[in-house]
Design a protein around this ligand. Structure first.
Ligand SMILES: Nc1ncnc2c1ncn2[C@@H]1O[C@H](COP(=O)(O)OP(=O)(O)OP(=O)(O)O)[C@@H](O)[C@H]1O
Length: 593
């Protein structure tokens, strides 16, 4: 409860910053609309008493005022709605921007991979939508507070005991709060299964997984798991809803008893001749208003109380984002213009949520070299790439770029000198031009740069296959979007990787896995050419591959096994050594025969 005022102030503060005129208009209209009904009741008393005393003019003025106030009570809230509806949309946009920034706020990928963080994000993502209702509820509450204050003043002026009438409105509020806490707990407990169920839903409806699900006949198994998770979450929510409804009903009953007592009290006062007929009418009308005011507050309470949940979880999310590591006494250095020595990993270990994926890796990638990283699935190849790109900090050891530790180099500037084609590349549902162009944002709009990158990557043949050429919209999020094959998407990703012209590090992580052998062959020729361009700046080309025959031309082949460097050297040296590489190479050569 203590957090509620702060959460409300923060939401109103955000609204004020988004649009002062809309906030002021909505609040002003709601305040007037809230005051209108109690004022109309006061005018009614004046009308009845004046009519009894034969004061016609006074009675007519009171009657006209009642009409104006009723119109205000009935219409102003609608005009206020127009203003706060727009405000709520502006707020949502701001929250979305903040969430995008928060999720991408840490320098590495740890925030994305932490399951607790993912849970919190899932909840916040859903709950910020509720700030729309919370803002409406806060505005309505401002009007109600004005109305309730006026009502209380008018009631107390008639009889001090009538002050108890608004007080008996507190039990329903407390009951509402308890009910909402139950719902909050149920939602929190259901976040992880909901995430799993959504994942299964996406799997079951995603075109990409349709083939595999059909062939493996997994559909009913996925449906069964999805239904099971969903049923568990729904049952928990339903139970919390049901108990909450009982609590709220008990609170309302307490108020109903107080209302009956107030009406009886006023009728007795009138019978004793201590009040006028107008006073009786006033109390009957105000008591009914208190009833409806409290009912409205109780109805609004869940929306407002939910605001504390959103606010708290947003604060937790902000705190959970790992701040950019302190550089301490070192100012971040720019990356070198060109590499002269190369990149060195010294005693480097990497862990994912406490599990070691790389152990004590010592490795030197010489400037201008073409390096191949090979090894079995899960050996740790992509983990090495991730370290080089600064996506994960090493748990131990150092990465040196021409002798300067990577953690002392400005990360954004280092990444700007990397060109990369990831194994799990992104399928940007933009135009084909943009999907390639985003590989080098400053030159994104240049058709010449995009075509040159596609040519360097030797994947230019993908463009004539598209109905609208470079302008073709890709993916199903566009009504006229074209879906591409896995290989076509990968070709665009490769073009993207070749957009940056002079990278210090060009990484191609299994770039040919979805391509046909002909495309693969063309590509490897191209790697050699690209490596020569990159090498002019001392740039290093790193290629991760499972196909050993294609990497034999590399200057340095690094064999990774079980998170360690098993051996390294050029093809001839490694074959002479007769170790793991020679064994794997022999096996692959035999299987291709
Ligand atoms: N984000 C992650 N969170 C947790 N564990 C991870 C993550 N990424 C990789 N791992 C684990 O780290 C180990 C090394 O994975 P990595 O992706 O580096 O292997 P790889 O050699 O590139 O494999 P592949 O050839 O299958 O792509 C594996 O055991 C993997 O399960």
């Amino acid at each position: 409860m203590r957090d509620l005022p702060m959460a409300a102030i923060r939401l109103l503060g955000l609204s004020w910053r988004q649009s002062r005129s809309r906030t002021a208009t909505a609040t002003g209209l709601m305040l007037v609309s809230g005051a209108a009904m109690p004022l109309a009741a006061a005018c009614l008393r004046r009308l009845i008493d004046s009519a009894q005393l034969g004061r016609v003019t006074e009675a007519v003025v009171a009657g006209l005022l009642i009409a104006v106030l009723l119109i205000a009570a009935l219409t102003l809230a609608h005009f206020a709605h127009l203003a706060y509806f727009e405000l709520a949309e502006l707020n949502l946009l701001r929250y979305d921007e903040e969430l995008i920034n928060l999720v991408n706020g840490s320098p590495g990928l740890q925030a994305h991979e932490d399951p607790a963080h993912a849970d919190r994000f899932t909840i916040v993502e859903q709950e910020v939508q509720q700030t729309r209702n919370a803002l409406q509820a806060l505005m309505s509450l401002a009007g109600l507070a004005t109305g309730m204050t006026l009502t209380t003043v008018l009631l107390v002026a008639l009889h001090p005991l009538l002050l108890l009438l608004p007080l008996v409105s507190i039990p329903p509020l407390l009951a509402g709060r308890r009910a909402e806490q139950r719902m909050d707990r149920a939602r929190k407990a259901g976040a992880a299964p909901t995430r799993l169920a959504l994942n299964l839903f996406r799997l079951a409806t995603n075109a990409g997984s349709a083939k595999e699900l059909s062939v493996l006949r997994l559909r009913s198994e996925i449906r069964r798991r999805h239904a099971h998770l969903w049923a568990g979450t729904t049952a928990r929510l339903w139970q919390a809803h049901w108990r909450g409804a009982l609590l709220r009903a008990a609170g309302q009953l307490v108020f109903a008893a107080g209302y009956v007592a107030a009406v009886v009290l006023v009728v007795r006062e009138a019978a004793a001749g201590r009040s006028t007929v107008g006073d009786v009418a006033l109390v009957v009308m105000l008591a009914a208003q208190v009833n409806s005011q409290v009912a409205q507050v109780v109805a609004l309470a869940p929306d407002i109380q939910r605001l504390t949940g959103v606010d708290r979880r947003l604060a937790e999310l902000r705190q959970a984002i790992v701040p950019t590591p302190e550089i301490g006494r070192f100012a971040p250095a720019p990356p070198p213009q060109r590499l002269t020595r190369g990149i060195t990993l010294r005693g480097v270990s990497l862990s994912y949520q406490g599990t070691l994926a790389l152990r004590e890796v010592d490795l030197h990638l010489p400037a201008s070299a073409t390096v191949a990283i090979v090894g079995e699935n899960g050996a740790g190849k992509t983990s090495i790439i991730s370290l080089l790109c600064g996506l994960h900090p090493p748990a131990e050891g150092q990465i040196l770029i021409d002798g300067t530790p990577l953690d002392r180099i400005a990360l954004d500037a280092w990444r700007a000198r990397i060109a990369v084609g990831f194994q799990d590349f992104v399928r940007y549902e933009f135009t084909a031009h943009q999907s390639v162009g985003v590989g080098d944002l400053p030159r994104m709009d240049s058709e010449e740069a995009v075509l040159a990158a596609l040519a360097r990557a030797r994947v230019g043949d993908v463009i004539p296959q598209l109905p609208g050429g470079l302008g073709t919209r890709l993916g199903k999020s566009h009504a006229d979007g074209i879906e591409l094959s896995g290989g076509q998407w990968q070709k665009l990703a490769l073009g993207r990787a070749f957009m940056r012209e002079r990278p210090l590090l060009l990484v191609l992580d299994e770039p040919t896995s979805a391509l046909d052998p002909e495309a693969e062959h063309a590509l490897f020729e191209c790697y050699a050419a690209q490596a020569a361009r990159t090498a002019a700046d001392g740039g290093i080309t790193v290629l991760v591959s499972h196909r050993l025959s294609t990497v034999r031309v590399a200057d340095l082949i690094v064999v990774v096994s079980g998170g360690r460097i098993a051996e390294s050297g050029d093809h001839a040296t490694l074959m002479r050594k007769g170790g793991l590489y020679a064994e794997l190479y022999g096996m692959q050569a035999r299987s291709y025969r």
